[in-house]
Design a protein around this ligand. Sequence first.
Ligand code: UDX
Ligand code: UDX
Length: 473
Amino acid sequence: MSGVIPIRSICCIGAGYVGGPTMAVIADRCPGVQVTVVDLNQARIDAWNSPDLSKLPVYEPGLDAVVERCRGRNLHFSTAVDAAIASADMVFLSVNTPTKTRGVGAGQASDLRWIEASARQVAAAARAHTIVVEKSTLPVRTAEVIKTILEAAEGDTPTGSKTFSVLSNPEFLAEGTAISDLEAPDRVLIGGNDPASIEALAAIYGQWVPAERILRTNVWSSELSKLTANAFLAQRISSINSIGALCEATEANVREVARAIGADSRIGSKFLKAGPGFGGSCFQKDILNLVYLCRHYGLSEVADYWEAVVNLNAWQQHRISALVVRHLFGTVTGKRIAVLGFAFKADTNDTRETPAIRICGDLLEEGAQLAIFDPKVTAEQMAVDLGRLPLQGSLTDGFSGEGVWQMAASPREAVAGADAVLVLTEWEQFRQLDWQALAPELRHPAWLFDARAICDATAARSSGLKVWCVGEG
Ligand code: UDX
Ligand code: UDX
């Protein structure tokens, strides 16, 4: 095949946090390409098609405007998976790949059953030459598995000769800034060994991404680069959190240390915020994946090295719940704690691996009564994550020493009668909290535990609260 294969129709399997925003931006920037996002989950597709843009299943600043511009024009959401595959020149696989919970590699390896199922569906439904793009983060060498499945289905069809080519095109967007990350990416990475297919995908991104930012590598380098990028980013967070703990033990301040080291251009200033540890669907999963790969290839020291980044993250979260208990006279049984923020970071409704799960879980185990407020996370989602339903009735009723939780409608409602406030997500509105107005609502002596270092600690202290701020001695 010579020249660039023209792409007129794209199908994306998986309408989640990655597939939805990515396809919306491709449709926006490539008006000549029809983009159909398909998903097995009818409720999710219905939400993407909702006339009320505040009901989209993914909350991302700016996403609603992009969807409004393109939906119905060249951006479609559907559950008709086979039809969308059959008419596509290019199919993106953007289904989830969670860590395996059972069998070989449980707790570390990725569960590839949905990737395999999607590949089989593409193999069966495609009608002509189809470029299959791995968008999900996958263990190194997964492209080979996909290729093997697809090649078994190659042959002639009524519409032409059915052939496949597989590319790796990992997504580097961060949630909360997905639209700006997609519109102005630091780089786009395309891994493959068929130049015509690589150029076809490069031409899509080339409609808005400068040519020098589109990198081409072999498939394995591309897959491994995604795991490595996330491992390096997560490592910075565990590194700064480890130093934050030392700052708390001394008279140092981790934000001063971060500013000082970040000014060294070899280190750089980003990703040095101490906090409750990293969450999100990627960091832990991808590092564990790397650990699994290293062990598989007999590199046990390398595996241990990266595993320590994940272990330190869990340690940071348990450390925070333990210090809350310690400061509240060693017991939180029956005490009310206002938790501000449940999402794993600001500007997203995503709670996967959020630090709040482990920290709230520990406090519930200790018998605390939690009043949780988050501007975008629903009570249903919190119940799934915490593994228990919210208490019916008022929090202080029927006190049995059992840990219980409820969702609060506002920060003010959460703090009413509380012994402590625990800030877990850096939502902008928490920076603006008026401590003078809130402090009298608490039961004194009362604490503010600021795990994100975003609150006005001076105002909180002068309003009579005791304050712990992450990384501050
Ligand atoms: C997921 C992975 O977490 C990430 O590692 C990968 O890089 C991209 O895919 P995300 O989009 O955030 O990221 O996942 P999620 O929001 O769970 O969306 C996946 C969607 O795929 C779900 O809506 C699910 O219903 C759908 N799906 C899954 C299918 O349509 N078919 C399947 O066979 C499996
Ligand atoms: C990450 C990668 O950044 C992105 O490139 C990849 O595609 C997917 O994984 P995401 O998980 O959406 O993106 O968010 P990110 O901004 O990286 O934050 C991850 C976690 O680290 C959050 O819990 C965040 O609060 C935490 N974090 C981040 C810190 O604790 N300190 C920091 O300095 C930065």
